[in-house]
Ligand binder design. Structure first.
Ligand SMILES: *[C@@H]1O[C@H](CO)[C@@H](O)[C@H](O)[C@H]1NC(C)=O
Ligand SMILES: *[C@@H]1O[C@H](CO)[C@@H](O)[C@H](O)[C@H]1NC(C)=O
Ligand SMILES: *[C@@H]1O[C@H](CO)[C@@H](O)[C@H](O)[C@H]1NC(C)=O
Length: 482
């Protein structure tokens, strides 16, 4: 109040302002990871982001070609420092070098709209056994000092994406929220640093994981349709896990004296394969429900207002570790090659559905399959299959996954083909002791898509991702000595 001159036109002006500065302006973001054997060229991804009206992108490193492609795009960028660099960032000199090479240069020479540096990625995750507890905050402090020294202190903010396992509730209600007891000191010091420097708290929230690890988790509570038995927290009603989890964090922040720290949802999403609850239908339901949920700018009961969020993820990554589960390579709203997996209205385009990547270059239309006359009891089958699956990607095989319906021959062909495609359809990658053959007819059936790779991307000057000639030769050499 007091900001607007009161007059008869006030309601009109107010409505206009609401339209112009409505929460949709803050927009939706997407995580863009690059742990793939075959990366889409960054320029194609940037174009795809823009075509889809995605305004913000979160990266896990500071890859030169990626940032170069983001130059002049106008997209807001969060660059990342991987966990294995945290301890070296304990040196101010190294932090200054990092900021100079990976932030300043891109802002000054390339016009990249870098707004955040994510220092580490879920470094306090329980599964890391405390490995990064002592190195995260010093790294954040040094990066902050380096940013200020580079004159970027107000433009670029430091943050640290944390998993929701850094807080818990003593009584299952959001109001019982506090930082997890074993790391309470570390988290509150980190939040104090964020608060002192006007930086946001970044949190990753995953109802899918709750469902994955707890078979008794109430399924409907993961979604936004209001079908779950609501949770009554002293009169505040929670009908979905996102709100309840988010507000557990708000209570934890408040309890520790940091109730005003801004919150960014660093990752939220649903995978489409590799588990019985991972499919396009449920992913569509979750992501569309989430978009709907935040579209009104209503926020959560404890934090009314716009929600600042990055979907996880933009595209699939077939080289990610499957230690968390086979679903880990299937989080994309689009496939690794930029095809929409399901209809999703982000509220950002006229069409109201996802726009595919353009000008994607594929390898030849051919696949590697088990020879029709090969015998299923051939002793070479088992070692061939485990070899292929070990080096390629068989996460779509298995109970209730997209290729779960294949018979034994289909399974073997799937594995052989995955290995063949990942090795850029090299003739020698479709041998398997004479059990395999190349076919020009697409073996895909029903929901099961037999991969066809895109042309490898080697980056600007030197090979960076995908398989280089040397690794290929090495893999094939190892294969011949098995
Ligand atoms: C800049 O970021 C890249 C990619 O994350 C990293 O490999 C490189 O070491 C960084 N540069 C410096 C000077 O720290
Ligand atoms: C954490 O500890 C467990 C049990 O001691 C061990 O199996 C695991 O490999 C450790 N993880 C890391 C990342 O150190
Ligand atoms: C196919 O492979 C999956 C996973 O490797 C396995 O669970 C399934 O039993 C196999 N199916 C057949 C028919 O061999």
């Amino acid at each position: 109040m007091g900001l607007f001159p009161f007059s008869k036109s006030f309601p009109v002006l107010f409505l206009l302002a609401m339209l112009l500065f409505s929460p949709t302006v803050s927009g939706i973001g997407a995580n863009w990871g690059t742990q793939s054997t075959h990366r889409l060229p960054p320029e194609i991804v940037v174009r795809m982001l823009k075509d889809n009206g995605i305004q913000k992108v979160k990266l896990f490193d500071a890859d030169y070609d990626t940032l170069k492609a983001l130059g002049k795009s106008g997209l807001e960028v969060m660059v990342g420092i991987p966990n294995d660099m945290l301890s070296s960032m304990g040196s101010l000199k190294a932090a200054e070098k990092w900021v100079s090479k990976n932030v300043s240069v891109h802002i000054n020479d390339n016009n990249v709209n870098i707004r955040y540096v994510a220092v580490g990625n879920e470094p306090y995750l329980t599964t890391y056994n405390g490995t990064y507890l002592r190195t995260t905050l010093p790294a954040m402090q040094n990066i902050q000092t380096a940013l200020v020294k580079a004159g970027l202190g107000s433009q670029v903010k430091v943050t640290c994406p944390l998993n929701a396992d850094v807080y818990e509730s003593s009584n299952t209600f959001p109001s019982g929220g506090d930082f997890r007891a074993e790391i309470h000191g570390y988290v509150s010091q980190l939040v104090k640093f964020l608060s002192d420097n006007g930086c946001p708290f970044t949190i990753n929230i995953y109802p899918f994981i709750s469902l994955y690890i707890d078979p008794n988790f109430p399924v409907e509570y993961a979604f936004f349709d209001g079908n779950a038995t609501p949770l009554n927290d002293g009169g505040t009603i929670y009908s979905n896990m996102f709100d309840a989890n988010h507000d557990t964090l708000v209570w934890a922040l408040q309890k520790n004296g940091f109730g005003n720290v801004p919150i960014i949802i660093g990752e939220i999403g649903w995978p489409t394969d590799g588990d019985r609850n991972a499919n396009a239908q449920l992913a569509q339901r979750f992501n569309q429900g989430f978009m709907q949920h935040i579209s009104g700018g209503k926020g959560t009961p404890m934090r009314p207002g716009p929600v600042d969020a990055y979907l996880f993820s933009l595209i699939d990554e077939d080289a990610k570790s499957i230690q968390p589960g086979n679903f880990e390579r299937h989080w994309g709203i689009l496939t690794y090659d930029g095809l929409p997996k399901y209809s999703l209205n982000l509220g950002t385009t006229n069409s109201g559905s996802l726009v595919p990547a353009r000008n994607v270059k594929y390898l030849e239309r051919k696949w590697c399959v088990l020879k029709p006359n090969a015998k299923l009891d051939d002793p070479q089958i088992a070692p061939s299959m485990s070899y292929a699956c070990g080096l390629a990607d068989c996460t779509s095989l298995g109970y209730q996954t997209s290729c779960g319906g294949l018979d034994a021959r289909g399974n073997i062909s799937y594995a052989f083909n995955s290995y063949y495609q990942i090795n850029n359809q090299l003739d020698d990658a479709c041998k398997f002791s004479g059990l395999a053959t190349v076919t020009k007819s697409d073996p895909s059936t029903g929901t099961c898509r037999f991969g066809l790779m895109i042309e490898p991307y080697y980056g600007g000057a030197q090979p960076k991702c995908g398989y280089t000639k040397t690794t290929l030769a090495l893999i094939l050499f190892l294969w011949t000595i098995v």
